[in-house]
Design a protein around this ligand. Structure first.
Ligand code: NAD
Length: 431
């Protein structure tokens, strides 16, 4: 499972040899740890166009000048035409080289104005700019775009994107609505007093999600199939949570979760998923239906049941798991691709209604190549291609998906709704 190439390119001979051969140069990413919770260095604020945004209340600690910034926030919300786009170039061109390794560039944009096609063109241009810069910037640095209307609603999003927690999120466009949000009492443990249920949490990405939500203060319920009960208990015991042995495809899964949580639920993470790969010509109906059932039908059924029973409380969060295979398609995965694209459809349709009717947000994470048992089983050359075919030239870790989930589950992320956020190092697939 270890990425030996990444370790090799981290040595002096490895760097020399791979450079001479023109091979990918993955940087060792700076991820979150309790000892290093933030990137070391300044957060530089730049502006393009005339902005009305007041970023002072976000508590991001921005500075107006820096020789060697760890992060750059470019406020481009005031860019309304092609001429003003030149200010994006003027602002970033002189500083881009000096941004630290594993640094962050976050571009702030405005929603596209349907009544002004010049503004819409200029704002959409920021998307192509962001994605292109993400592909060329290198050294483990990421570039993302946030479309927003007011700064306080976006504080949790900007905090995430400017931190080491977003190490494997690049080339993304996130829209943040205008909803009022309240900051948690304890920023270190924002999920204190909240209950989170993670499906498929006995191992892999789900285990990392449960661990990260527990770190953030949540009481976690570790759900997995009865065959994995022992592992689920081990994870739950370690995190001070409880295990729930349940096949999520059972007809009464929603009712049994509701019965296990009489005091309600705040965060529901649909992580359980399976693959049963075959090309369509060779795929028996059973392989199709088992994947559709675990990855999509059970997500729909339990979501409906837990919203209808009121188990998911006001202020609740649903985070579903899609995949880049659902966005780009993948040979041998018509079943899996269909199921994961279905998750995206569910999120887009339900998000506005769930927020109005239940006060619950609905978002998805779409992982790319993540180092787990699932991807360790892929044949060597396909695995190597999967790892390198992204802007960061390496696979992600379960913790990267977990940190993204924790941001979406954050109490102050109530204005982030209906988003599908790829955790893929800006994979070339479906880009
Ligand atoms: P994994 O196989 O390591 O873990 C999945 C867990 O889900 C297992 O513990 C399994 O027992 C559980 N599960 C399966 N069917 C279940 C059911 N019917 N009821 C309850 N639990 C069930 O997988 P992973 O790599 O950790 O992936 C987690 C999620 O992320 C999946 O939805 C997967 O499709 C998605 N994903 C993974 C990758 C990757 O690179 N690993 C990429 C894209 C998307």
């Amino acid at each position: 499972m270890a990425d030996r190439y990444l370790s090799f390119t981290g040595t002096a001979p490895g760097r020399f040899l791979t450079r001479r051969l023109g091979l990918p140069q993955p940087a060792s990413l700076k991820r979150f740890s309790p000892e290093r919770p933030a990137l070391q260095g300044d957060r530089l604020l730049l502006t393009a166009g005339k902005s009305d945004l007041d970023l002072t209340a976000t508590g991001l600690g921005l500075t107006a000048s820096s020789e060697h910034p760890a992060a750059v926030l470019l406020d481009a919300t005031g860019v309304r035409d092609v001429e003003t786009l030149a200010e994006v170039h003027a602002a970033l061109h002189p500083v881009v080289r000096s941004v630290a390794s594993s640094g962050r560039i976050v571009v702030l944009g405005a929603p596209l104005d349907p009544a002004d096609h010049h503004q819409a063109a200029a704002q959409q241009a920021l998307e192509g700019f962001t994605r292109s810069l993400g592909k060329e910037i290198g050294r483990g640095r990421t570039v993302n775009l946030v479309r927003l209307t007011d700064a306080p609603a976006a504080a949790s999003t900007l905090g995430f994107l400017l931190s080491p927690k977003s190490a494997y999120v690049s080339g993304q466009v996130v829209e943040v609505g205008p909803q009022d949000v309240t900051a948690p009492a304890d920023p270190e443990r924002p999920l204190t007093g909240r209950t989170a249920l993670v499906t498929g949490a006995a191992r892999g990405i789900g285990e990392a999600v449960a661990e990260t939500l527990a770190r953030d203060g949540a009481r976690v319920v570790v759900l997995d199939v009865p065959q994995a009960e022992q592992d689920a208990r081990r994870v739950a015991d370690r995190l001070g949570g409880t295990a729930l042995a349940l096949d999520i495809t059972a007809d009464d899964a929603g009712a049994r979760i509701a019965a296990a949580l009489p005091d309600g639920l705040d965060v529901l993470v649909h992580n359980a998923g399976i693959t049963r790969d075959r090309r369509l010509v060779n795929m028996p109906a059973e392989r199709w239906s088992s994947v559709l059932d675990v990855n999509l039908a059970s997500v729909l059924r339990t979501t409906d049941a837990l919203l209808a029973s009121g188990t998911l409380r006001q202020g609740g969060r649903i985070v579903a798991t899609a995949s880049i295979a659902g966005l780009a398609g993948n040979a041998g995965q018509t079943n899996y691709g269909a199921s994961k694209a279905g998750v995206v459809g569910l999120v887009r349709s339900l998000a506005p209604r769930a927020l109005t009717e239940h006060g619950v947000t609905v978002n998805a994470v779409a992982p790319g190549f993540i180092e787990t048992k699932m991807t360790a089983a892929i044949p060597l050359f396909i695995r190597e291609a999967g790892r390198r075919m992204n802007s960061l030239a390496q696979g992600g870790l379960p913790a990267d998906v977990a940190e993204t989930t924790a941001w979406l589950a954050h109490p102050a992320s109530g204005a982030v709704n209906g988003q599908v956020v790829r955790v893929c190092g800006q994979s070339l697939l479906g880009a």
